[in-house]
Design a binder for this molecule. Structure first.
Ligand SMILES: O=P(O)(O)OC[C@H]1O[C@H](O)[C@H](O)[C@@H](O)[C@@H]1O
Length: 448
């Protein structure tokens, strides 16, 4: 069986062996702190063993709920933000059809899935209502804290729409709540209204929760195989926990990115060459951004979709400020293949590619870009995913999570908190006139 791998050979000219040797000890120490659960944020390490130690009874309930939603709904609304949104979207877009929601039902076979509650746009909400129309739908409301404003607003609106359509009792059978097992207003509401509930474990933070019900229910509804996803994560866990440094791709990724940071490369661009990877990058940005960006430190996680952005951001990456490195997600085997045909008259000048696959062209663009960016002093790292399937995605999720924990400790931060995200919330509540924020409100209004 192949595996997700990490390779930094193309960045060799930027990284010397003795640098790897000296950070190796630090990386192994950081790993030890992580797995022995002795570091900062150690009450949020449930994700480490999640692939082997998850609630099997709940896992079965997730599958049953997914089957019910598939049978009684044309549309599933997934309401959530941040860690309660990005993992499910990343998985569904990675694994399923590129035009999942619009391809014919015969091909898709499962409900359309829309994500909402990840912004505060009334236009988006209203337009989504138009999309649902009078069709049957279900809601998966996801919030670990149960108090986040964006999803709570969307839920209020779509719950009302659902209750009007089905009546309160039937609506309650179409609403699935994924939240803390005991705390928060979503939990109280779920108990009060009798919604089927799924748990975000206490010791798993939002951005590490894709392999809990947070990700698993929407992913299962989309028709993807969540058993295979967990199997892949198990393999990723085994590799991360057991392999020596030299064989340990997650450890090496954590180590190399910290070498580059210490050389002034403060921005990491995650680059993909497949549109289906776009939301994996979005998920990765939250994972690394919230884990590492604190105490005035960290690597700023950015992403590009290529070759698309070579025609917009390509100039900057090639030639702008030299403060970045790039990590390419290479999908080794394309899911589909198109062979270019010869044309009798070579008007577009592409006959030299006749008989070649579109993926061959894509990979040539990728390899050419890696060399060009390297020549432009942007170190290029690569994470290779052998194929697009649940198994390798499970590995990829675990690879990035584990590397993130190690990398955060290498950096000297608590990778498992996110104190900075409260600042905007406090200001927003004050400006909204939420009770308890009166003093701040006066101060802020003066400044606007
Ligand atoms: O799941 P929730 O409690 O609604 O949180 C959703 C998201 O919003 C918060 O503000 C945090 O920054 C994220 O880490 C979290 O994933």
């Amino acid at each position: 069986m192949k595996k997700v791998t990490f390779d930094y050979s193309k960045a060799a000219s930027f990284i010397q062996d003795h640098e790897v040797e000296s950070i190796k000890k630090l990386a192994l120490d950081a790993k030890e702190v992580l797995v022995s659960k002795e570091g900062a944020g150690n009450d949020f390490l449930g994700w480490i063993d999640l692939p082997v130690d998850y609630d099997k009874e709940e896992f079965d309930r997730i599958k049953k709920a997914a089957t019910k939603i598939q049978s009684d709904s044309e549309v599933l609304l997934v309401i959530g933000i941040g860690g309660s949104y990005l993992g499910a979207r990343a998985a569904i877009e990675f694994l399923r059809h590129s035009f999942y929601n619009v391809v014919s039902k015969e091909i898709r076979k499962t409900p359309e899935i829309y994500f909402v509650g990840n912004s505060i746009s009334s236009t988006y909400i209203k337009h989504l209502m138009d999309v649902i129309g009078d069709r049957d739908f279900s809601i998966n409301m996801i919030s670990k804290s149960g108090t986040t404003t964006e999803p709570a607003i969307a839920f209020r609106v779509f719950k009302a729409m659902m209750e009007e359509k089905y009546g309160k009792e039937e609506a309650a059978k179409r609403i699935y709540a994924t939240t803390d097992k005991a705390r928060g207003s979503l939990k109280s509401l779920a108990t009060e209204e009798g919604y089927e509930s799924f748990v975000v474990p206490d010791d798993v933070g939002g951005r590490f929760s894709v392999l809990t019900a947070v990700g698993l229910l929407p992913i299962a509804v989309s028709g993807a195989d969540i058993d295979k996803l967990m199997e892949g994560a198990q393999a990723g866990r085994k590799a991360a926990l057991e392999a020596s440094f030299e064989e340990n791709d997650a450890l090496k990724y954590a180590a190399i990115r910290n070498i580059l940071l210490r050389k002034g490369k403060g921005i990491e661009i995650l680059a993909n060459y497949e549109p289906s990877v776009h939301y994996v990058s979005e998920w990765w940005k939250q994972l690394y951004g919230e884990s590492e960006g604190k105490d005035q430190k960290g690597i700023f996680p950015a992403s590009v979709d290529l070759t698309t952005d070579l025609h917009s951001m390509g100039q900057f990456i090639q030639d702008g400020s030299r403060n970045m490195f790039e990590t390419v997600i290479n999908i080794e085997t394309s899911r589909e293949e198109i062979i270019l045909q010869e044309e009798p008259v070579d008007l577009d000048g592409l006959n030299y590619l006749a008989g070649k696959s579109v993926d061959f062209v894509n990979k040539s663009a990728m390899n050419g870009t890696i060399l060009a960016h390297t020549d432009g002093q942007v170190p290029n790292l690569m994470v290779t995913v052998p194929e697009v399937n649940e198994y390798y995605l499970g590995q990829l999720f675990y690879f990035f999570e584990f590397a993130c924990g190690v990398s955060g400790y290498l950096l000297g931060v608590n990778p498992f908190n996110q104190p900075g995200v409260e600042s905007y919330k406090k200001n927003m509540f004050a400006l909204l006139g939420k009770p308890g924020y009166e003093a701040q409100r006066e101060e802020l209004l003066k400044r606007l």
